[in-house]
Ligand binder design. Structure first.
Ligand code: HEC
Length: 165
């Protein structure tokens, strides 16, 4: 298993980043997921900017997701607020990704691949970089399991709006 410290080193390089990042993804994909098939189709982030670079411009997908989020129903309002407070700094206000973390409204986070428990565990234990090139997600001790469950309902609602079920 490739050491994840490699991911940290790779993050800070700007030239040749994509090639090394892709190779790294192929070597570490599947470490936290049971589905080895992931390694054959390493997903690319929606955002093109390298982590640490100046904020990338908002693209069309993000415009759509942010509009959906702005019109989300009251049932997911609490999850949306909790997501905004605890997750959006890295995952984007509408789960649309930033230069610090991947979009969660993305096919690789469909319920069949990342069940609701994956969100609870991510907040509790953090996540080792394995799908992307952003580095590790730290544990978030301020986020309780109950809060994570609310957050999941918001993300699942967002996913359903774009056909991810
Ligand atoms: C400091 C940045 C940061 C914050 C804050 C953050 N995340 Fe993450 N998160 C990441 C990164 C980076 C990854 C991608 C790891 C990888 O390469 O697969 C990730 C991955 C995930 C995953 C995928 C887990 C898996 O099993 O593959 C979930 C689910 C997730 N985050 C949920 C959350 C939730 C919910 C919150 C808020 C409570 C949150 N994250 C806050 C950076 C962050």
């Amino acid at each position: 298993m490739a050491p994840t410290s490699g991911a940290t080193v790779t993050r800070h390089r700007s030239s040749g980043f994509l090639a090394t990042g892709a190779a790294l993804l192929l070597s570490v994909a599947g470490t936290a997921c049971n589905q080895e098939s992931d390694s054959q189709a390493a997903p690319q982030p929606i955002l093109q900017g390298a982590p640490g670079a100046a904020a990338a411009p908002v693209d069309e997908i993000q415009v759509v997701l942010r509009e959906l989020s702005a019109n989300s129903p009251p049932e997911v309002a609490e999850g949306k607020a909790l997501f905004g407070q605890n997750c959006s700094i890295c995952h984007g206000p509408a789960g649309d990704g930033t230069t610090q973390g991947p979009p969660l409204v993305h096919i690789i986070y469909e319920p069949n691949h990342h069940a609701d428990a994956a969100f609870v565990l991510a907040a509790r234990n953090g996540v080792r970089a394995h799908h992307w090139r952003f580095g590790d997600m730290p544990p978030l001790p301020a986020v309780t399991n109950a809060m994570a469950v609310e957050i999941v309902s918001y993300i699942r609602w967002m996913q359903r709006q774009v056909g991810i079920e």
